[in-house]
Design a protein around this ligand. Structure first.
Ligand code: SF4
Ligand code: SF4
Length: 192
């Protein structure tokens, strides 16, 4: 695998993915709460190792590989180490790696999925649902194939490499493994 080409291809999909989901939020009015970062404060956020390659490469290029590997050896928090909280309880804050954040982070707020009856259904973050209860019901009733779908974007990722949607693990662990692979890649580059 050419890691740089792979990461560029992945970053293109990330950008398109974000366009699709953010445009849907804006058009539907089901926007994230201003300054909210509650989902990033959750230790259950997962990513695959390959999804973290664009970020791992940036860390390599900024000569911060050792610094990040040390931080990830015994992470100070169970939730994502890239989260920058603005309040003591972590409910407000921002992503420190917004451009390279993995796929799940781009789809947290509002996304379409197929329910067990194979009907298109809307998944809406609890906080958005609580803030816009009536609008949420309206958008749920209007849901269609134009709604950005989790499955569509998972397929697009899998087309680059099936590993992108497999073997998901807690995000800090995924970044650590990605950095370890990038460190090997850097050593290989030095000696080739
Ligand atoms: S990568 Fe960014 S968006 Fe994703 S959980 Fe971490 S801080 Fe949140
Ligand atoms: S998806 Fe929900 S918890 Fe996450 S930032 Fe948006 S409003 Fe907040």
């Amino acid at each position: 695998m050419n890691i740089r080409e792979f990461s560029q291809d992945l970053q293109k999909i990330y950008d398109q993915m974000w366009d699709a989901f953010s445009q849907y939020q804006a058009a539907s009015g089901l926007n994230c709460l201003v300054g909210c970062g509650k989902c990033c404060n959750n230790p259950e956020v997962e990513a695959s190792v390959l999804e973290m390659f664009p970020l791992a490469l940036r860390i390599l290029d900024e000569n911060k590989l050792e610094e990040w590997l040390d931080k990830l050896e015994e992470p100070a928090q169970d939730h994502c180490l890239m989260y920058e909280p603005h309040t003591p309880d972590g409910s407000k804050g921002q992503c420190g790696v917004y451009k390279e954040r993995p796929s799940l982070c781009r789809m947290f707020g509002v996304a379409g999925f197929y329910n067990k009856h194979q009907e298109v259904t809307l998944s809406v973050c609890k906080l958005i649902r609580e803030k816009y209860p009536d609008l949420t019901k309206i958008r749920e009733s209007e849901v269609s194939d134009k709604t950005p779908m989790l499955i569509t974007w998972s397929y697009r990722l899998a087309q680059i490499d099936p590993g992108l949607i497999q073997d998901r693990m807690p995000i800090n662990q995924a970044l650590k493994k990605a950095l370890e692979r990038i460190a090997l890649y850097a050593q290989y580059q030095e000696h080739s």
